[in-house]
Design a binder for this molecule. Structure first.
Ligand code: ZN
Length: 304
């Protein structure tokens, strides 16, 4: 195939993917649920979970996802309050999370992202991404809304670029994109995760000031999912990664040839987790490649 044809094909498939097709759809559950006073978990049913906080000084939205999700979330917010939506915050750079900012800007909100995510979105915008109005850098930024402080934590490299964990200590809540997914194995090939830095970041998340979080994806049941995730799920995520690495080591110790190791790995204690049958082998490939090639992705300043 000629290079130009390949390019056309690549463009066509990129269009198909970004046209509001979510990459992950483990829970087709549509809900709005108050998880703390004035703080709501929200999903439009596409397998992506957002959060919004209503205050006397306006509304803050966490994770815009895409325009269709955003428009439905605005409807849900309007069913609760007439307060203006002041902020629409992005957890990280990936298009499947950071799209849809425009529908919030259209109703007067400012989009917020860490500098590294904002640089990415400026350089390689997706079809449904928008400009970032408030760009912050460093490891910590606070935004106050209606007298309530939202902490924005950048924990260093872990997944994607500029990954921000949002914490509202006064409400004992957090928003966590992609780093913690309760009751589910890693997402297929664990794309754009630095595994060691991910584990390190999970340890840091355990130290943050919250009791309940909204995690952007969940393998929890329809009854449990609207209640978000907890630090127990953060611990389980870290345990899963360690157990998978341990199972890979064990296969090597048994003498299993390298190329057969990922298919041979079994972790029966996670057999009930979403994705176990489809994704565990891909997860194992990812961690095994990391062991052999060295950690990737990597950026200057990353410790591993
Ligand atoms: Zn991501």
């Amino acid at each position: 195939m000629k290079l130009t044809n390949l390019k056309a094909l690549a463009t066509a498939s990129a269009l198909a993917l970004t046209a509001a097709a979510p990459l992950q759809a483990e829970t087709s559950l549509e809900y709005t649920n108050e998880i703390a006073p004035g703080v709501y978990s929200y999903s439009s049913g596409g397998g992506y979970h957002s959060m919004f906080m209503v205050t006397d000084g306006g509304v803050a939205v966490f994770e815009t996802v895409n325009s269709a999700h955003g428009e439905k979330m605005i409807e849900a917010i309007r069913g609760i309050t007439d307060q203006p939506i002041e902020y629409a915050m992005h957890s990280h750079n990936h298009w499947d999370h950071a799209s849809g900012g425009g529908v919030f800007q259209a109703v007067g909100a400012e989009t917020v992202a860490h500098d590294l995510a904002a640089q990415y979105l400026a350089a390689v915008p997706g079809q449904d991404t928008s400009t970032v109005d408030i760009v912050w850098d460093g490891n910590r930024h606070d935004i106050e809304i209606g007298g309530v402080t939202v902490q924005l934590h950048y924990l260093g490299l872990n997944h994607g670029l500029g990954m921000t964990v949002f914490v509202v200590p006064e409400k004992r809540v957090a928003y966590i994109g992609d780093l913690v997914t309760p009751n589910r194995v890693g997402f297929n090939i664990m794309p754009d995760f630095n595994i060691g830095e991910w584990e390190r970041s999970l340890g840091q998340i355990l130290e943050l000031d919250f009791d309940v979080a909204v995690c952007s994806h969940t393998g929890l049941s329809a009854e449990e999912a609207p209640n978000g995730c907890t630090k127990a799920h953060v611990e389980e995520e870290r345990q899963f990664i360690g157990d998978l690495r341990g199972a890979i080591f064990a296969e090597f110790q048994k003498g299993t040839p390298g190329e057969q190791v990922p298919a041979a790995v079994e972790l029966p204690q996670y057999a009930e987790w979403v994705g176990y049958d489809d994704w565990l082998e891909m997860n194992a490939w990812r961690i095994m490649l990391d062991m052999g090639m060295g950690p990737y992705p990597w950026v200057p300043g990353a410790s591993q």
